[in-house]
Design a protein around this ligand. Structure first.
Ligand code: ZN
Length: 373
């Protein structure tokens, strides 16, 4: 990854380049700061820059044999350590999961620890850098073969390293073999073991510059400028937070639109439209369907409350309230429980992998029966 592909972080890029040009490279860095600012991307770009055989003044060339291998994350002098899970019959070291790791990083190096756990299909397990990893690290760094001038060991989330692994690494962190650079990338410096912290040079990575983040969001997600500004204002310079804001509001928009369609076709009793709607809904993923059904339950309750003019205790967005101003009168004491039950039932069956097309068709038909009560 070239520096130019890393969003913003102009000052820190310059600092890193200068440390190389002034022969002031540290043998172990600790990049730290909140998630989503591009710390891992910076580590990759810096490592690629160090190894590039044809450096430009401000960036790696992207074309030399070293850069080409770096771009695929397969350079023999580039090593990764990251939290992994325990799987029976497999060694709990990073190499076991290296193909998933490469896939994840190559797709987008801005991801969270949770997203990584999902990638490992391990939402319920905790990732860790286990004791076995230390032997791998020492072995790799002591290999004599160098293809480029530098060996780089990127350790993502050193705060997940257990004590026994850390203790075995103290010596090599303090005195790594020649031309070896450790780059530790931490979301939470406070949780990094003190013995590790004291052997690394801290580099604080601040949030992405606001204006640059704004343009990146417009380019990446195709949102309009005002929305990008709103999101930047609440994202602390974090690409991850911005991404979450965007997907949360996209999901909300989707859910409201589907809810409106469902209520309209329910009221007008249009069988064909109901079938079409159910067909469409059945093509979205299960998680999205479950979120939608939850959303419907909440919105029915909100409309019921709104109908009785206790408007102050509703929690709706502006768009939801606009719809409620016409629709709420159809949600009353004689059908609110039935409506809620329709969504609960649907949720129950979706969660148990029922046929979603049948479930949504059935729900739409039931709504036709109760909405005019
Ligand atoms: Zn190059």
């Amino acid at each position: 990854m070239k520096f130019e592909k890393v969003t913003g972080q102009i000052e820190i890029k310059e600092k890193l380049r200068q440390s190389y040009y002034n022969n002031r490279l540290s043998h172990s860095y600790l990049f730290y700061g909140i998630p989503g600012t591009g710390k891992l991307a910076l580590a990759l770009a810096f490592a690629q820059f160090l190894s590039c055989e044809n450096k430009k003044e401000t960036d790696s060339c992207g074309e030399c044999p070293s850069c080409k291998k770096y771009e695929k994350l397969i350079h023999p002098d580039l090593h990764f350590v990251f939290p992994v899970i325990t799987t029976s019959g497999k060694k709990s070291v990073s190499d076991t999961y290296i193909s998933q790791w490469r896939e994840m990083v190559l797709e987008d190096p801005y991801f969270s620890y949770n997203e990584w756990m999902v990638k490992l299909e391990s939402e319920n397990k905790q990732g860790s850098i286990y004791s076995d990893e230390s032997a791998e690290i020492i072995k790799k760094l002591n290999l004599k073969t160098f293809e480029s001038d530098y060996k780089v060991m990127i350790i993502w989330l050193p705060e997940k390293m257990n004590n026994s692994c850390a203790n075995k690494l103290l010596k090599i962190l303090e005195e790594p073999p020649q031309n070896t650079v450790f780059i530790l990338v931490s979301d939470n410096r406070e949780d990094v073991l003190p013995t590790i912290k004291s052997r690394t040079q801290p580099v604080k990575i601040l949030g992405i510059e606001e204006d640059i983040l704004k343009h990146a969001l417009i380019d990446k997600y195709g949102i309009d400028e005002q929305r990008a500004i709103d999101i930047v204002n609440i994202s602390n310079g974090s690409m991850l937070e911005a991404k979450e804001q965007i997907s949360a509001s996209e999901e909300n928009k989707f859910n409201l639109a589907q809810f409106v369609s469902l209520m309209r076709l329910g009221y007008s009793r249009k069988i064909n439209e109901a079938l079409k709607w159910a067909d469409q809904m059945s093509k979205t993923g299960r998680e999205k369907q479950k979120n939608f059904l939850n959303y419907c339950s909440v919105l029915i309750r909100e409309n019921f409350v709104y109908n009785y003019k206790q408007t102050k205790i509703t929690y709706m967005t502006k768009a939801e309230e606009e719809f409620a101003s016409n629709f709420a009168r159809f949600v009353n004491a004689s059908n609110v429980d039935d409506l809620a039950e329709i969504f609960n039932q649907a949720y129950y069956h979706i969660e148990r992998n029922g046929n979603s097309k049948i479930i949504f068709t059935d729900s739409a038909f039931k709504i036709m029966k109760v909405i005019r009560k």
